[in-house]
Design a protein around this ligand. Structure first.
Ligand code: RAM
Length: 349
């Protein structure tokens, strides 16, 4: 009897690993397997599974799970669409073995029906990086104030171009909540100070879909279609690298800035093509999301304003009201990366 129970548990573990492409348990003894299966499963659904930023978030997510004892699982999202995420959410509900879903949304509203069904099935739902609407979540993990990020990117470009700016803007997909929010603050900065930005011409947004080749393609198209281009802004780690590579290949003296990974953009900061850029710590976003998942799972918080909880090495965190009418937990301020600190940060992430 005991043998068959163990055999069944082993089969479940193997199946989970295959279904979700996740870091499932890999223990040797039967006791370990039983203990592992008693732990709650916390599923992190990325925008798209191969995005290096999403992978770093998951590393932080998994590290926190090992601190408090949950099984971290990474959702195998092959294309960054809402539909691909809906399929994983429905699967998690059908399987009935997931306690928490933390997802970086590919669309604010499209996931509502499936996330509500998941909440009705008893799964705790939070978003991280890119929010779902307030009805579709219990809380959102906000990397840094969207206003600070959006305004900082325009202000930086103004300084970098001495105010003579013809600027290409490369986003991810047209439906990404986080990029759209940052872009809305970029436009607000331009609107608020018309005199300051009288020679700042922002071109219509183009989309690299967070894919390296597509991002390179739209960068090349910007260069061809706008010979007077002086700068490119891109709030995506994937297109930051793509833009840097294309400008270098083309021997272009156009400058670029945005949100990039220090390890990938360091050489462009050194050669001056990206004078400086911003980001926060993606490991910490995942780590904070996992601790928030745990607080929801244990019932310590429900995601209401004023809830607070311990988030491991990040200390006590408080749930606050967000601008979208839902609640959020803020990680902190964005970090500026330039020649003075890039050597230190390129080794971190
Ligand atoms: C991209 C993703 C992610 C964003 C980072 C800066 O990889 O779109 O959502 O936060 O860039």
């Amino acid at each position: 009897m005991r043998f068959f129970r163990l055999l069944a548990l082993c089969m479940v573990c193997c199946l989970l690993a295959v279904c979700y492409g996740c870091s499932g348990p890999n223990k040797e003894s039967a006791i370990d397997i039983i203990e592992e299966t008693e732990k709650p499963v916390f599923l992190m659904i990325p925008k798209e599974m191969s995005n290096p930023y999403m992978l770093k978030m998951f590393e932080g997510f998994a590290a926190a799970c090992s601190e408090f004892g949950a099984i971290p699982r990474y959702g195998a999202v092959e294309v960054n669409t809402a539909q691909a995420q809906i399929e994983l959410i429905s699967q998690a509900v059908a399987d009935g073995d997931v306690s928490v879903i933390a997802l970086a949304a590919n669309d604010a509203d499209e996931l509502e029906t499936s996330l509500k069904a998941a909440m009705e099935a008893g799964i705790q739902i939070l978003s991280l990086d890119s929010a779902v609407n307030k009805n579709s979540r219990m809380v959102h993990i906000q990397q840094a104030g969207p206003e600070i990020i959006g305004r900082a990117l325009v202000q930086a470009t103004q300084i970098m171009t001495d105010g003579e700016a013809v600027v290409g803007l490369i986003s991810t997909t047209p439906y990404a909540t986080n990029q759209n929010l940052w872009i809305s603050w970029m436009l607000r900065e331009l609107d608020d100070y018309p005199e300051k930005y009288q020679n700042f011409r922002l071109l219509p947004v183009v989309y690299g879909d967070d894919l390296p080749e597509k991002s390179k393609g739209v960068t090349l198209a910007l260069l061809e279609e706008h010979p007077d281009l002086t700068a490119i802004i891109t709030p995506s780690v994937v297109s930051m690298l793509a833009v840097g590579q294309v400008l270098r290949e083309q021997n272009s003296d156009i400058i670029f800035t945005g949100l990039g990974l220090p390890s990938e953009i360091a050489t462009f900061i050194e050669d001056g093509s990206c004078p400086w850029m911003y980001l926060w710590n993606p490991f910490d976003i995942g780590y904070l999301a996992a601790w928030t998942s745990q607080a929801l799972h244990t019932g310590e918080i429900t995601g209401r304003e004023g809830d607070y909880f311990a988030a491991g090495r990040l200390g006590q965190r408080v749930v606050a009201n967000g601008a979208d009418g839902g609640t959020e937990v803020l990680l902190g301020d964005p970090i500026k990366f330039d020649r003075t600190n890039i050597d230190e940060w390129r080794l971190v992430y």
